[in-house]
Each structure stands twice: as C-alpha cells, then as structure tokens.
Design a protein around this ligand. Structure first.
Ligand SMILES: Nc1ncnc2c1ncn2[C@@H]1O[C@H](COP(=O)(O)OP(=O)(O)OP(=O)(O)O)[C@@H](O)[C@H]1O
Ligand SMILES: [Mg+2]
Length: 462
C-alpha cells in the first residue's frame, strides 16, 4: 500500500472496476465514480494526486471536468481516457492542462506506467509549491527584523515598491541586508510565483558576463558549443536581481541600458531582438555617484536604475536593532541546531555586543551568534563566547578613544604619551605600583621596567 490517491471517473462500470482492480494491485488508494459531479464534491474535502476520467460522459465532458479540477486543485494530474482514434481532441486536452491521455483499450503496463509518471509529476508540483512557500516565509517580514526608525522606514518602502514593477536600487555597506531586501520585494510582489534570478556581477569573469546575462546562440564564439539562455530570459515573468552592479564594465552597461530602457535583448550571435518581461532590482555597496565622476559608470544607466532607491544604513547607525538581531539569530540557530530555543544572552555579553561597531554589519552579528552558540554548548552566551574583536574593541580601543584624543596633524611621540600615562597612573594612586600597573593593564614588572626607562621616581608605598 502506498499513500497515493487516484480517482477514476467513467460511466462504463465494467471498465471502472477493472481499472480499480489493476491500480489497487499496485498499492494505490482508488475511489471510483460513475459521473463527474460526485467526483468534484469528493475532491472538495479529499486530496488526490491523479484523476483518470473518461473523455465522453453524458453530464459533463472530460474536458469540462479537467478545467474544474485544474481550478480547484491545480497540482492534481489528470489523464483522459479516449476512444481509439480521437487523438486530436486528446491533444487539445493536454493543451488545457491534462497530464496525458490513454486510448481505450490499453495494456495493463501502459496504464501502470502512465499513472506512475502522472503521480510523480503531481508530487513534484506539490514539492515546488512547498519550496516556494518556504522561500516566501523566509523572506517574509517576520524574518526581516529591525525596530529602529530607519529600518521601519525601509520596511514601508519595501511594502510600497513591492506592489509596483519599478526598478529599485538597493545600496548600503556589505552585510546590511541588500540581498534580503531584494528577496523581500520579489516575494511580496505580484511576480512572487515567477522566478527570482540573481546575478552576482562581481563574481562572473568579465568576458562571460554578456552571455550570462543575455545568452548566446550555438557557435556565437569558439566555446559556445550549445545554445544558452541568459539570465534575462530565465527571469521571464519574474525578477532579475543584478547584485554588485557597480562592478560591471562600461560595454556591458551599454547593453544593460538598452535592455532596461527598451525591454528587449539579443543573445550573442543572434540578430533577433527578444522582448523581455522582467522586473529589475539592483544592488551595490559602492557610491555610484563617485563612479560616475571617475567615468567608470554611465550616468544614463544610473538614472535608469535609480528610479526607487532604498538605502540600508550601517548597523552602527541603528544600534537599537542590535539586541533584536541578536535574539533573532539566537532563536534561528538554536532551533536549527537543537530544535529548542532555550539559550539566553547574559547582560554582560549584551553589553559588548551593543558597544561594538560591527563593520561587517548584520552578517557579522549573524556569524558571531552562530559561533557563540557552538561554543556555549547549549548554555547561556557569555562574553567568553564572543569573538575577541568584539571584546577588545570594546575594552580597549573605544575606551582609549574616549579617554584620549584624536592624533594631531602635527603628530606626537608615542614615548611621550607612554611617559605621560605612566606618570598620570602613578599620580592617581599616589605612587602605588601594583595599582598603577592594574590601571594600565600591565604587570608590575613591566611597570617598573618602563619607570626605569623613563627615569620616573619611585615613590611606592606598596
Ligand atoms: N534586518 C535583518 N533581519 C534579519 N536578517 C538580516 C537582516 N539584514 C541582514 N540579514 C541577514 O544578514 C546576512 C547578510 O545580509 P545580505 O546578504 O542581504 O547582505 P548584503 O547587503 O547583500 O551584503 P553584501 O554587500 O556583502 O553582499 C544574511 O544572512 C541576511 O539574511
Ligand atoms: Mg549581497
């Protein structure tokens, strides 16, 4: 017995019984109806992978039944049973979405094979839908967090622009979430059932990018042994995400401008223009206006893609989001690793996480948390589980910056600063060497060595 369900609809009772017998022998759950209405009402609350229906029935034709099934249960495969010699009407049925047809009479083997294929096809359709739903969920707003005012504004922009077909230029430092914004726009748009195709303009060798984007005909160049569909065509009825657009060369920029402006492309080696139906999203971590000044980016292309700009500020400018992101990633990776979400981050660890500058932005937070969860082995996340740079930067550099000053343009002798700090520390603790060493984060022996170096008086009351 397998868990696949087949419905048979035919007014020929003998044939129905025989088909039921053969398919039940194969382990399918089979339900038979002698007229189409009962089949439809049964399907209303039962799922089924395959319907085998007669083509000619008195109350409703097989074609009519097919169109009703496709409307309510598009993933169910439909096979039509046709009288011998009516192949042309069967072909019409396939155009309307039938999976296959079987001309009566047919062999047991043909029946079994066609059913097996039709059921596999239906299972694939269901799997595809589930994958798409998973992707939509991944890129839903629930998994895209930020409570800072600037991020709330970004969410509003995404919501508004998702409803349109406008070209969007997403900018921001590395790791700020440009790709996740592109996904969110696609999966919240009317094109969400179409493909989302991403091209990383930076990762593809310059000589290959034209054929990657626009495709090529067989023989267009020496290594073009077969025809290739470009990303513009692969993204048909969907979204094309041009990541790192600031890195494309000027000659490709010309071709891109034409594609975006005129909505046509011509594959390499082809004279013919092909119309495209693609929504364009682009991203860069470069300042395109600077590139324009350096003559490495075309101003006309910039205006074409900068119709609706979305800027993602660096994390250090939206510190309110750090705690939210930390908790989001703790939950995500705890559930992924252990199926549970019991880990918490101690206030001490939070202190360091909040103070750090995060030059790698959200990606760096995500990596730090993933690593901390491995080190904490299911326990709470402590400062010890955080990367050194997060602790050092906080304990050292930032504090130094707060206590000291910016280096003067005229420069300064490091030894002079060291001597000044030694004297200052000794003064503060009235010459107590143990305490002065502690204040400076060095050993007492090092302090004494340096005091000797700078000829500082010993006034220790240790
Ligand atoms: N606001 C957010 N909420 C949840 N996860 C986020 C958020 N922003 C970014 N991320 C996650 O951080 C990681 C880096 O984000 P993404 O790849 O989108 O950055 P990017 O701006 O495209 O970086 P790069 O310029 O290096 O390509 C991804 O795993 C993404 O899911
Ligand atoms: Mg990216």
């Amino acid at each position: 017995m397998n868990d696949k369900n087949i419905i048979i609809v035919d007014d020929d009772k003998n044939l129905t019984k025989m088909l039921t017998f053969i398919l039940e022998e194969e382990g399918y759950n089979v339900v038979a109806f002698y007229e189409p209405h009962s089949c439809l009402s049964y399907m209303f609350d039962h799922s089924c992978e395959l319907v085998i229906t007669d083509y000619k029935m008195p109350e409703m034709s097989g074609i009519e039944l097919l169109s009703k099934i496709k409307k309510y249960s598009p993933e169910t495969s439909v096979i039509l049973l046709t009288a011998y010699g009516t192949v042309s009407s069967a072909v019409d049925a396939m155009k309307l979405g039938a999976y296959d047809f079987i001309s009566k009479p047919c062999s047991k083997e043909e029946l079994k094979l066609k059913c097996r294929n039709a059921i596999a096809y239906s299972a694939m359709q269901i799997e595809n839908r589930m994958l798409k739903e998973k992707l939509s969920e991944k890129f839903s707003f629930a998994n895209f967090v930020g409570k800072s005012v600037v991020m709330q504004e970004v969410f509003q922009l995404i919501k508004k622009v998702s409803k349109t077909d406008s070209t969007v230029l997403i900018t921001g430092e590395t790791g700020t979430g440009k790709e996740i914004v592109a996904h969110s726009i696609h999966y919240n748009s009317i094109r969400k059932d179409g493909p989302f195709v991403a091209v990383n303009c930076n990762a593809i060798p310059k000589e290959l990018i034209a054929s990657e984007l626009f495709g090529h005909k067989k023989g267009a160049f020496t290594s073009a042994v077969t025809e290739k569909k470009g990303k513009f065509l692969l993204a048909d009825k969907g979204t094309l995400f041009l990541d790192d657009i600031g890195d494309i060369t000027l000659d490709i920029q010309v071709q891109l401008l034409r594609a975006i402006q005129e909505r046509v492309i011509s594959p390499l080696g082809s004279e013919k223009d092909i119309e495209i139906d693609v929504r364009i999203l682009a991203a860069t971590n470069k300042d395109i206006e600077v590139l324009i000044k350096k003559n490495s980016f075309r101003e006309d292309l910039y205006h074409r893609i900068n119709i609706f700009p979305i800027y993602l500020p660096p994390l250090r400018k939206r510190k309110d989001d750090i705690a939210l992101l930390v908790n989001h990633f703790v939950k995500k990776y705890s559930i992924q690793n252990t199926g549970k979400n019991e880990t918490t981050v101690t206030p001490e660890a939070f202190h360091f996480l909040n103070e750090y500058e995060w030059p790698g932005n959200v990606r760096e937070v995500e990596n730090a948390i993933e690593r901390a969860l491995i080190l904490s082995e299911g326990g709470d996340i402590l400062p010890d589980h955080l990367p050194n740079r997060v602790l050092v930067k906080n304990g050292g550099n930032n504090r130094a910056r707060e206590t000291l000053f910016d280096l003067l343009d005229s420069g300064l002798s490091l030894e002079e600063v060291e001597k000044f700090l030694l004297e200052n520390a000794l003064d503060k603790v009235k010459g107590n060497q143990t305490m002065a060493a502690k204040l400076l984060g060095i050993s007492r022996a090092t302090l004494i060595y340096r005091m000797e170096k700078y000829n500082l008086k010993e006034t220790s009351f240790d």
